[in-house]
Design a binder for this molecule. Structure first.
Ligand code: XLS
Ligand code: CA
Ligand code: CA
Length: 439
């Protein structure tokens, strides 16, 4: 095994809630069975290559703080291998089942399109070798279609058709590698698929472009034999002022328009939900109701800041409600919980990276266990069921099923002289129930 910045750390183990060892799992007992399945198979945790191995802690006011020793290697392909060595050692230490990457996180851009694709394939082969001796599997792959200046006006939505074609070639190569490495999903995040001003934008043309692009991806998925899911990741803003994949509801409308609603699901991120003015659980429940819940990017934003801070999660209430809706939706299937989260700029040591993941994993595991208990006890469910109970009555049912018309409903309402009285929504009662179950 290569000697890397993570190689001196022992594997993080489950030691139980009483443990004082900060580098242990206190709640994530991977093999603990909940609803007939071990926690590891419910949560399918993944480490994000970009935050944990690529980004350096730089911000608009200051440069890199996080030490990435492989960056000092002059040959970019050797540097990519050095980074992969460290990555798989980090995956070993965290003992989580999956990881996720963008093409540009794992392999350098070449001098030409052909060289760029060849670089990805070469590093992909290195990954395949790594995956023979390490347990970590690929939850999803994706393409970085936003960092290079060629993408400054978007990828699929770029006014320049050559950028559309370039992006198609790149996405094909990333889908190929995802399939070859046994990935469960392929993610499309809109990057710069949006606009800054309508003064220079033909919105309808751009929507046609991205509709075609995603249809091409779906067609290729079937033709190439990729058995995973195709996921779109909604985000309302940042980098562009208006992103076409604003939130789950917007993405669903878009998928319907292009006849893709049975082919594509969503990868939901907590921070993006917040930026859209929603909660994470709202996005999960919406996706579940529309039948497009795919996978989760776990992190948290900051309600005081209007941008994508991608912090590790630490809010038990919010995460429990999110996990509650995941369980109610029937689970994540081929999806999982990817830590799309980064350490703060001052947390620049390899150990900080491990602490961050250990805390995030434990928070999610504890939330899942609490949510499972809430589902099992059924008290919250029965309060909600009671609220809608009158819809079981035959006439209410007829109204809902469409067997009576608007004028028939009106005539009967007048005939019976109905006079609905206010009913309590019992919000505080529901909240108290939650407080008792969570804390
Ligand atoms: C950026 C996104 C991105 C996607 C993958 O805000 O979260 O990291 O998850 O491209
Ligand atoms: Ca994300
Ligand atoms: Ca984000």
């Amino acid at each position: 095994m290569a000697d890397t910045i993570f190689s001196n750390f022992d594997v993080i183990k489950f030691e139980g809630p009483e443990s004082n060892n900060p580098l242990s799992y206190r709640y994530y007992d991977a093999d603990r069975v909940v609803f007939g399945k071990p926690l590891k198979d419910h949560l399918r945790f993944a480490v994000a290559y970009w935050h944990s191995l690529t980004l350096t802690g730089s911000d608009p006011f200051g440069g890199a703080t996080i030490h990435r020793p492989w960056s000092a290697i002059a040959d970019p392909m050797e540097a990519a291998r050095g980074k992969a060595d460290a990555a798989f050692e980090l995956f070993r230490v965290l003992d989580l089942p999956f990881h996720c990457w963008h093409d540009r996180d794992i392999a350098p851009e070449g001098e030409s399109l052909a060289e760029t694709i060849a670089n990805l394939q070469t590093i992909g082969e290195y990954f395949a070798t790594k995956m023979e001796s390490y347990k970590s599997r690929l939850l999803w792959g994706t393409a970085n279609l936003f960092s290079h200046p060629r993408f400054m006006a978007g990828a699929a939505t770029n006014p320049d058709p050559d950028v559309f074609a370039w992006s198609a070639a790149i996405v094909k190569s990333c889908m190929d590698l995802t399939r070859q490495l046994g990935g469960s999903n392929y993610v499309l995040w809109g990057g710069r698929e949006g606009y800054e001003t309508l003064l220079n934008t033909d919105m309808d043309h751009e929507l046609q472009q991205i509709g075609r692009f995603i249809s091409l991806v779906v067609e290729y998925k079937h033709r190439s034999g990729f058995e995973g899911q195709i996921l779109i990741e909604p985000k309302p803003k940042e980098p562009t002022a208006h992103q076409y994949d604003f939130d789950t509801a917007t993405v669903y409308g878009f998928l319907k328009r292009f006849g893709l609603e049975k082919e594509v699901k969503v990868n939901l991120e907590a921070n993006h939900a917040l930026l859209a003015g929603h909660s994470f659980e709202h996005e999960i429940a919406t996706a579940s109701s529309l039948g497009i819940l795919g996978s989760l990017d776990i992190n948290r934003g900051d309600a005081l800041l209007g941008w994508d801070t991608d912090q590790f999660p630490n809010e038990l209430w919010a995460m429990t409600m999110s996990m509650y809706h995941v369980i109610k939706a029937g689970g994540l299937g081929l999806g999982g919980c990817n830590f799309d989260a980064k350490v703060r700029r001052q947390s620049f040591t390899p150990e900080d990276m491990i602490h961050a993941h250990a805390g995030g994993v434990d928070l999610c595991a504890l939330a899942f266990i609490k949510a499972a208990k809430i589902v099992e006890e059924g008290k919250l469910d029965s309060l909600v069921t009671a609220r809608y109970a009158d819809w079981q009555k035959p006439y209410a049912n007829a109204m809902l099923s469409g067997s009576v018309s608007l004028d028939e409903i009106a005539a009967k309402a007048l005939e019976e002289n109905i006079n609905p009285q206010p009913r309590s929504g019992k919000q505080e009662q529901h909240e108290n129930l939650l407080v008792r179950s969570i804390y």
